[in-house]
Design a protein around this ligand. Structure first.
Ligand code: DLL
Length: 442
């Protein structure tokens, strides 16, 4: 059983004092960027000390993904370049990504939060941690890599995909914990027989799953199939990455590390702050990050706060499983995709008509993305080789833009339905599974 660290059991009063001190510093850091100087000019906050209580947070304007896009690449950088040691990036709504910079201290802080998260699940230095999340600009790989090392676990930096090798690594090195998207972990289970691996030969005990929405039913299924404990992990690249909120051994909602993040729940339509317990959009302020401060960032994720104390003794409040998003972002096998990114690529392609459709469905445990396009009449050639070349060029361009290779279908003009009202571009056929209450697995 894991013992919480002292900061995780501060009284709510002590935590609030710590948060106010850090919030003031965060505002001062933000004010060193041209972006926040302009944004905060109109709200009567000239420095951090102007915030008298935590409630004054509400005087600050929200930050949205588009602000990061407009600040690209350096408009939100609050330290000299010489102090930046890393960057990560995530999808923007169009071709411009959202970029986050980190100083050495920022990486250390993120590492600490991830290590605390892993410890809260009961992991120790005796564990072998196989990281099945992609390494790279995505924060899932590197994010928990250093955290797991900090806890003293042996890390197998497997990265995403290559299921046969994943299984071999699990068997050869006695993996006890994996970190994966829930859909990929289901897929790995489906492949056990195919690759001749017997579950009994694996030492797996736990899995950290996140980066995409999933229901309690998926957790229960994973727990039953693998015979392990599955912990929900929430994070987003704008708030470092994984390690924002994590389930403890009780697996009943995710403790959001309130010494590092301030959380609010707002009505996504009006922006009004909602009372504790109400469901709405999560808004986060990162308290410590030096290189890219972000105040009141609208995550677009829908959840609610669980304020009741947790049996683990941690005083940091929990958030419920993410219910969905208040925007149109799709998450396909853990990769974030905005329909507008696809539209941008499609519309730039000569010969492609203006009607298109994005279809997302399940292919076994994994998601599959199909982009259906109509060609303009003169381009609808009978020559299969021409069509194939065009198809693969579009698929390649989409891959460059969204980091996923969709199946591209080319159709004759008039093939796709024309809607009379608002065009229905996205058809998401992934089943929505019935939702049991949090922590309801047998
Ligand atoms: O997905 C960071 C991460 C990596 C979290 C590994 C957990 C594990 P982004 O690519 O920026 O960062 O995507 C962030 O993914 O706003 C949510 O919509 C969704 N998301 C992340 N974790 C969960 C989760 C990483 N546990 C976006 N449940 C977020 C539901 C999740 N959705």
């Amino acid at each position: 059983m894991s013992t919480p660290s002292p900061v995780e059991t501060l009284s709510r009063h002590e935590l609030a004092d710590l948060q106010l001190t850090k919030l003031r510093q965060a505002v001062d850091r933000a004010l060193s960027t041209s972006h926040y100087q302009a944004k905060l000019a109109g709200c009567g906050i000239a420095c951090g000390e102007d915030l008298k209580t935590l409630a004054d947070l509400r005087k600050l304007p929200f930050t949205v993904k588009d602000d990061l896009r407009q600040a690209f690449p350096d408009g939100l950088k609050a330290v000299p370049q010489s102090e930046v040691v890393r960057m990560h990036a995530s999808s923007g709504t169009t071709g411009i990504p959202t970029v986050i910079y980190y100083t050495r201290a920022d990486i250390d802080r993120w590492t600490e939060l991830g290590a605390r998260s892993a410890a809260a699940t009961g992991c120790t230095s005796a564990d072998v941690f196989q990281n099945m999340m992609s390494y790279g600009l995505f924060t899932g790989g590197l994010g928990l890599h250093y955290a797991a090392e900090r806890l003293g676990m042996m890390v197998i930096p497997a990265g995403g995909g290559n299921t046969q090798r994943q299984l071999k690594l699990m068997k050869d090195f006695g993996t006890t914990v994996v970190h994966a998207t829930p859909s990929y972990l289901l897929h790995v289970y489906d492949q056990l027989a195919e690759f001749g691996v017997d579950r009994k030969d694996l030492k797996l005990q736990r899995a950290f799953v996140g980066a995409e929405p999933h229901t309690e039913d998926i957790r229960c299924r994973l727990e039953a199939l693998w015979g392990i404990q599955v912990f929900n992990s929430y994070g987003l690249s704008e708030m470092n990455g994984p390690g924002v909120a994590f389930e403890c051994v009780h697996r009943a909602g995710m403790h959001l590390w309130e010494d590092a993040y301030l959380m609010e729940i707002i009505d996504p339509d009006t922006g009004e702050v909602l009372p504790e317990g109400a469901e709405g959009e999560l808004v986060l302020t990162i308290l410590d990050r030096q290189a890219t401060p972000l105040l009141r960032y609208r995550t677009r994720d829908l959840t609610s706060i669980i304020a009741e104390p947790c049996a683990c003794g941690r005083t940091h409040r929990r958030i419920r499983r993410i219910k969905g998003r208040s925007d149109d972002m799709l998450i396909i096998n853990g990769v974030n995709v905005f329909p507008s990114q696809i539209e941008e690529v499609v519309m730039k392609t000569a010969g492609v008509g203006s009607n298109y459709q994005i279809l997302v469905k399940k292919d076994g445990a994994l998601d599959s993305l199909i982009v259906r396009l109509e060609l303009d009449a003169p381009h609808f050639s009978d020559d299969m080789r021409d069509l194939e070349a065009l198809r693969s060029r579009i698929a390649g361009n989409l891959m460059t833009s969204i980091s996923l290779k969709p199946k591209v279908e080319l159709h004759e003009p008039g093939f796709l339905p024309v809607s009379e009202g608002k065009a229905v571009r996205v058809i998401d056929e992934r089943p929505t599974l019935p939702e049991g209450p949090e922590g309801s697995c047998p």
